[in-house]
Write a protein that binds this ligand. Structure first.
Ligand code: C2O
Ligand code: CU
Ligand code: CU
Length: 506
């Protein structure tokens, strides 16, 4: 295990700052620059967006100088894409970033002859059912001055998605610098539920950052300059929509909170102070069958939760949103609602969600591995003991269903994400990992645990725990082509815990 690397800049002590003095930023909704017909949408017109990646300065707290960030548009999170299901959108992602990175990049990525550019970006719509050529393959990056044009048909159910940088080897830095934003898919079924909308629907991005005393983002560096890889980054400051400990004024009525863990590596357990009941209505890929009541919502990196909260229980009071012992933000609840409240629907879908193991035509057992590089004394992570550049080994056939058994042989939990698809969590089984590594045979040390109630809908990212086989049921729907699957701890993803996979035409 590598040592703990201390950043050179003196660190900020966030407890010295006044809490709840900044209002919560709500990212602007992206405005299309026009409506254009698209050949693959049968000549129908669809909104066209142009979103520029640039360097900006953003204040994360009233009493700190503005921090240098790289963002989409001019906010962090970037502008929210509102997408109509089945109608879709086209987006030009325009790289107008400076020529040099302000965070420590690994110069080996520039090629032996330093011929490759230092600054690159490629945008991926996480959770989008997107044709491969628009999915943002990690090696299809662009450089300052270039544009990546994407077509998102969005033939999928209503859900909270997000877009983010996905550049090979440096997306941990680009995202840390601020390159992410919300994308919300809406559909008619969701509209029929009359959920709280407009000012009563609040997207919340949680992202921790290490802030220096000067208010700037610090990314920790390993002591030897050639290998700036650190296995994980945990910030001293948890930002909510880019602010440290913001407040938000709400009315005493029902609200819909769209929670998203956009951190590089931190896991959260989100609750309201005093642990009142939260009504979870959806996760990564849309609505659950019916609301699930809980006091606390676990969120691994890239996971989302769709939650109804009744603030009428707090009329005239302040209530904090917390994660374990960390304060995240404050809600200031007014004395009177200006409009009648919404009701919590009893059911969210008219049919149960499908979950039939027998629909799978194939089971793949895939390992999550830890490797130790003795020379650099650093730890690496791999999927199926195979580096990124090895030939593609996972080739499911379009319109077939498979079971993927994710065997976690490491000592950490890893959130595993598959592009293109949505899947169901079948169960988690504790494994004799020593025996597995010796004999290749899976001996279980306890009963299978069913998915947690909050995981009972369609997912695109699943937490895999150490010493456990996590089984998911994956229908490969949408498009044939080359995609990726990976750990969404960005330091792991950038360091080989990512593999391509290919959907073969049926
Ligand atoms: Cu959030 Cu490969 O993506
Ligand atoms: Cu994705
Ligand atoms: Cu990982």
């Amino acid at each position: 295990m590598p040592m703990h690397h201390m950043p050179a800049t003196p660190q900020l002590d966030p407890s010295t700052l006044a809490p709840f003095v900044d209002s919560l930023p709500i990212p602007p909704v992206a405005k299309p620059i026009g409506m254009h017909p698209h050949p693959e949408q049968h000549g129908r017109t669809l909104p066209h967006y142009r979103i520029v990646q640039r360097e900006v300065r953003i204040k994360v707290h009233r009493d700190l100088p503005p921090a240098r960030m790289w963002v989409y548009g001019d906010s962090f999170p970037g502008p929210t894409l509102e997408i109509e299901s089945g109608h879709g959108a086209t987006v030009d992602w325009v790289n107008q970033l400076p020529a040099r990175h302000f965070l420590p990049i690994d110069h080996t990525l520039m090629g032996a002859d330093k011929s490759l550019p230092e600054v690159r970006s490629v945008t991926h719509l996480h959770g989008g059912r997107t044709p491969a050529k628009s999915d943002g393959y990690p090696e299809e990056w662009i450089t300052p001055g270039q544009t990546q044009s994407c077509f998102y048909p969005s033939n999928q159910e209503s859900a909270l998605l997000f877009y983010h940088d996905h550049t090979m080897g440096i997306n941990r830095l680009n995202i840390y610098a601020g390159m992410t934003g919300f994308a919300i898919v809406r559909d008619a079924h969701e509209a029929s539920l009359a959920l709280p909308g407009g000012p009563y629907e609040i997207p919340l991005l949680f992202a921790d950052r290490l802030l220096g005393k000067d208010g700037q983002l610090v990314y920790p560096v390993a002591p030897d300059g050639d290998n700036p890889w650190v296995p994980e980054v945990f910030g001293n400051s948890i930002l909510v929509n880019g602010k440290l400990l913001p407040y938000h004024e709400v009315e005493p009525r029902l609200y819909r909170l769209r929670l998203f863990n956009g951190s590089n590596g931190r896991f959260y357990r989100i609750a309201l102070e005093g642990k009142p009941t939260l009504h979870v209505i959806g996760n990564d890929q849309g609505l659950l069958a019916a609301p699930v009541e809980t006091k606390r919502i676990p969120l691994a990196p890239a996971e989302r939760a769709d939650v109804l909260v009744d603030f009428s229980d707090f009329a005239g009071k302040n209530v904090k949103l917390v994660s374990d012992s960390f304060d995240l933000m404050q809600f200031r609840v007014g004395a009177k609602a200006s409009t009648p409240s919404h009701a919590i629907p009893k059911t969210l879908r008219d049919r149960p969600l499908p979950l039939d193991e027998k629909t799978a035509i194939r089971t793949r057992r895939l390992t999550l591995d830890e490797t130790l590089d003795d020379i650099q004394n650093s730890m690496g992570m791999l999927l199926n003991k195979t580096p990124w550049h090895a030939p593609i080994t996972e080739k499911p056939v379009l319109n077939t269903t498979e079971i993927w058994e994710l065997v976690n042989l490491t000592e950490d939990s890893h959130p595993i994400h598959l592009h293109l698809v949505r899947f169901r969590v079948l169960d988690r089984r504790p494994l004799d990992t020593y025996g597995f590594q010796m004999t290749g045979e899976a001996r279980f040390t306890g009963p299978a645990m069913p998915p947690e109630p909050l995981e009972s809908g369609w997912k695109d990212t699943v937490r895999t725990d150490p010493g456990t086989i996590t089984r998911i049921l994956v229908p490969f729907e949408g498009y044939a082509g080359r995609y990726v699957w990976h750990c969404h701890i960005l330091e792991h993803e950038d360091n080989e815990m990512m593999r391509p996979y290919e959907v073969l035409p049926g």
